[in-house]
Design a protein around this ligand. Structure first.
Ligand code: GLA
Length: 382
């Protein structure tokens, strides 16, 4: 937090800078179903990305980050994606999308500083996108509503960056609410907040530090597989999304799908959606044991049916489940590396952390990083 303070003090409001913050997110359950019209249960975190910005005379974007050496200066009429622009493609893409929608933008200097662990799957890219939306909107007094920021950011990620993600991450980092999880229906975008009451328990986030190689191509492959499943099932039932099917209907139709991999993907999606519904009920009843059970089932389904976990995440989860006080543990986010979350009784946390770090290192050669975060608000002006 000291670094964040220092960053904000370097670009003070008295020098004309406006200051903003967008958090990362973690998803408690409902994985790989946002793009299948399902329910998800994310929340915004304490760490995220800070942005300071002001309008400049020249018609260009001057983009800097405290975390990266690369600085980029581009004219506002030359915002095409360029590989060599690395991280700066995110803000460039957002600015381009505002311009495509007819907004006339002025030149801007924007500086970023992030304390979201990079590559951990805690949505640093969504945070960068939504943060940039808020900056552009505020600096130009556009008053575009937040839902438009969310959709616009997802479009940039899909079409400009080339990752075919769903809407969960952008929604969570934008709409997060302190001490609450968001139950989001990704089909209708209706949502409700639910207060998390956990006095004696915590959700611990563990970074596997496994590089997420090929994660975007594998991610896009899973989306294609779901679409294939949907095309087949639509011959038998008039549905818009895979998540429109119930588990009972799934039993009835699953044999119509010849390919085993497609059958498995579809099974994960439909069962996971039901788990989210059961999870929110459990959370609301303060029944953490049932919630933990759902977490475990979710991971097992992501491992066996959706096949997005991998050795490192499986070791973290398997070992966590052996520890005292653990109610449930699962991977979170896209998978193929990244983080797990574990629901555990507070009194056991210290021993848990020690043991997992040791065993994980022995089994994988990697260090596991532990994060303890409060649930915080979504994007905001500081
Ligand atoms: C990534 C994507 C999300 C979602 C998750 C998996 O985080 O950006 O849209 O699909 O993976 O649940």
């Amino acid at each position: 937090m000291k670094q964040a303070k220092d960053f904000l003090e370097t670009y003070p409001k008295k020098d004309g800078y406006q200051q903003f913050f967008c958090p990362g997110r973690v998803n408690l359950i409902g994985e790989h179903i946002d793009y299948n019209g399902g329910y998800v249960l994310p929340c915004a975190l304490e760490f995220g990305i800070y942005g300071v910005a002001k309008i400049i005379e020249e018609d260009k974007l001057i983009l800097k980050s405290r975390n990266m050496e690369l600085e980029v200066e581009v004219a506002l009429d030359d915002l095409e994606y360029k590989d060599e622009h690395g991280w700066a493609n995110y803000p460039k893409g957002i600015a381009k999308e505002f311009i495509n929608r007819g907004f006339k933008l002025k030149g801007m200097r924007i500086n970023y500083y992030g304390n979201i662990p990079e590559g951990a799957g805690l949505s640093s890219s969504a945070a960068m996108e939504i943060l940039t939306c808020m900056i552009i909107d505020n600096l130009h007094n556009l008053n575009v509503n937040k839902l438009e920021w969310i959709k616009l950011s997802q479009k940039v990620e899909n079409e400009y960056i080339g990752v075919n993600c769903g809407i969960m991450d952008q929604f969570a980092v934008c709409m997060g609410k302190k001490d609450h999880v968001i139950l989001l229906d990704c089909d209708t975008l209706k949502y409700k907040y639910s207060k998390v009451k956990m006095d004696k328990h915590s959700l611990v986030i563990i970074n596997s530090n496994k590089k997420r190689e090929l994660s975007s191509s594998k991610y896009n492959e899973r989306r294609d597989e779901c679409e294939e499943g949907l095309r087949i099932l639509r011959k038998y039932k008039d549905i818009e999304n895979l998540c429109d099917l119930t588990s009972l209907e799934l039993k009835q139709f699953i044999d119509k799908i010849d390919k085993e991999n497609i059958r498995k993907r579809v099974r994960h999606v439909i069962m996971e959606n039901e788990r989210v519904i059961n999870s929110i009920k459990a959370l609301e009843n303060e029944d953490l044991h049932t919630f933990g059970k759902m977490m475990n089932q979710s991971h097992d389904s992501l491992r066996n049916d959706y096949e997005v976990t991998g050795y490192e995440l499986d070791v973290l989860v398997d070992e966590a489940r052996k520890c005292d006080g653990v109610l449930g543990s699962r991977m979170t986010g896209a998978g193929f590396g990244g983080c797990t979350i574990t629901l555990i009784e507070n009194q056991h946390i210290e021993k848990f952390e020690k043991r997992i770090k040791k065993v994980y290192k022995e089994k994988t050669g990697l260090d596991a990083d532990f994060y303890y975060s409060l649930i915080e608000d979504g994007v905001k002006k500081i």
